[in-house]
Design a protein around this ligand. Structure first.
Ligand SMILES: [Zn+2]
Length: 484
């Protein structure tokens, strides 16, 4: 553990009386920005880390010594040296060890590392392990003297306006200035592609909150850490956000979300029923399908070696396949963007629905990796269902709603009224019984309950402990695990 409890208490007591949730996300440091080379940046990071490591261990042994002096009556009080003082001492120690003056000055004119590094080092890593209780444990032998390893993370404070924070550049890159030394600070580009929808959304919120104000996501501290196996450097971003208003969400009210065959999402709640307005998503769905058709057409055209229209925006110099593929890439980016917008709208609607009904739980089918299950649904197998899950999950968390992905087995074949599993109501049956493009209706052979198939599935998903109920029902009906 890296002292997470310390962070929590620090954030909540410093920030505001209002409760906030502290979280961490990490992004890879892709490369140095500007003039600096990777070898220069790597050296600077390793130098900083070495100083942080020395400073952390110095602080711990100092505190131990002071406690010992106090306990044995040789000093009047237990008082650990502050980090600024220790940082100055460490600088002197490094000078005595023969570190060149310009190397020393690269960091701070007075200390081994600047306040932006020594401050959070104390707040996050040292404070919690250098209190009297901890030292008593060490002396009694119930705990060992804590030490830091050379590969420890470098903490950097970034919650004050003068401290540099994440910045979106004009070309779309996300950069940050690392205040780990004296100016000019090293500037790095972070990897923001392929990080997943949830992380992208969080990053967007961090970037939007330029004033770092309390209503949004606030950057608190960075940690720079090198991954041992790959030697790659990562930036860990500790941020906080307002805790959801509690008291309204009822853990017994469950919203079930079904991927519909006639609608994008069918939503139901367990203590009644309602449906999500879905027509608003028609336009985006049409756009995505149109773009996908275009992509396929371009790919076929390229395969045939035929002429490819290169639009103005993509007419770059260069020849060959790469140039021909460019329009497809651009189409693909547009599709990605449209999916993202669609998933944002869908997840926001589900959350609104859940909030309106005071639901404490959202249950969805866990269809990850099951492309087949999505074939024939409103938007089809290409729908980024995983991304929708991620969006739903973090938005649910923000609103104090639990997100659960449940096993989809039999959720569309169980009667939501009496619990009987209608094994015959499978995909083949449903496809064969479509009427006027509408999905087949679910009819229960046991109790006669009849409903729209999507609605019936959503009602099942809105049932508490649905997986256990289905399992028990399977046992009653003698259905084996592999009956699908
Ligand atoms: Zn029934």
């Amino acid at each position: 553990m890296r002292g997470r409890t310390g962070e929590h208490s620090w954030v909540s007591s410093m920030a505001t009386k209002e409760k906030r949730i502290v979280k961490v996300m990490r992004l890879r440091i892709l490369k140095p920005a500007g003039e600096m080379s990777w070898s220069q940046l790597g050296k600077l990071l390793r130098d900083t880390r070495y100083r942080v490591f020395r400073l952390a261990n110095l602080a711990v042994s100092e505190a131990y010594l002071n406690f010992h002096l106090w306990r044995t009556g040789r000093s009047q009080e237990f008082k650990a040296d502050d980090m600024g003082k220790l940082s100055r001492r460490l600088r002197q120690m490094l000078a005595d060890e023969g570190v060149a003056a310009d190397e020393l000055d690269r960091f701070s004119p007075t200390g081994a590392v600047p306040d932006a590094v020594s401050g959070p080092l104390f707040q996050y890593k040292i404070r919690a392990i250098t209190n009297k209780n901890k030292w008593r444990e060490v002396i009694r032998g119930t705990a060992s003297l804590p030490t830091f390893r050379l590969d420890m993370a470098i903490p950097v404070r970034c919650d004050k306006a003068r401290m540099r924070r994440l910045e979106r550049m004009e070309n779309g890159d996300v950069q940050v200035e690392l205040t780990i030394c004296r100016k000019p600070y090293p500037r790095v580009v972070l990897q923001t592609g392929d990080i997943g929808g949830g992380q992208e959304a969080i990053l967007a919120r961090l970037l939007d909150n330029t004033g770092n104000d309390l209503t949004g996501y606030r950057q608190r501290v960075f940690e720079i850490k090198q991954e041992r196996q790959t030697s790659k450097w990562w930036l860990y971003i500790t941020y906080d956000l307002p805790a959801p208003q509690t008291g309204k969400a009822d853990p017994d009210v469950v919203v079930g979300v079904d991927v519909g065959y006639a609608v994008p999402l069918y939503v139901a709640i367990n203590n009644g029923h309602a449906r999500l307005g879905w027509r608003q998503f028609d336009a985006l769905g049409r756009r995505i399908r149109k773009l996908q058709t275009q992509v396929l057409a371009r790919r076929r055209s390229i395969q045939r070696g035929g002429r490819v229209n290169i639009s103005h925006a993509t007419a770059r110099s260069g020849h060959g396949v790469k140039r021909k593929l460019l329009p497809t890439e651009i189409l693909q980016r547009r599709i990605d963007k449209a999916y993202q917008t669609l998933n944002h709208q869908l997840s926001a609607s589900v959350i609104d629905f859940a909030r309106d009904h005071g639901a404490g739980v959202i249950q969805v089918e866990d269809l990850e990796g099951l492309k087949e299950e999505l074939t024939g649904t409103y938007i089809g197998a290409r729908w980024r269902y995983h991304q929708l899950h991620q969006f739903l999950k973090y938005k649910a968390e923000e609103n104090g709603i639990e997100f659960r992905a449940v096993n989809p087995r039999f959720t569309s074949r169980r009667c939501s009224k009496c619990g009987h599993i209608n094994v015959a109501f499978d995909r083949a049956y449903r496809d064969a019984h479509r009427e006027n493009g509408k999905t087949a209706r679910f009819i229960c052979p046991q109790c006669g309950f009849e409903a729209d198939a999507d609605y019936n599935a959503a009602r099942n998903l809105a049932t508490l402990d649905i997986e256990a109920l289905i399992e028990a029902q399977c046992a009653r009906q003698g259905l084996t695990k592999d009956a699908l």
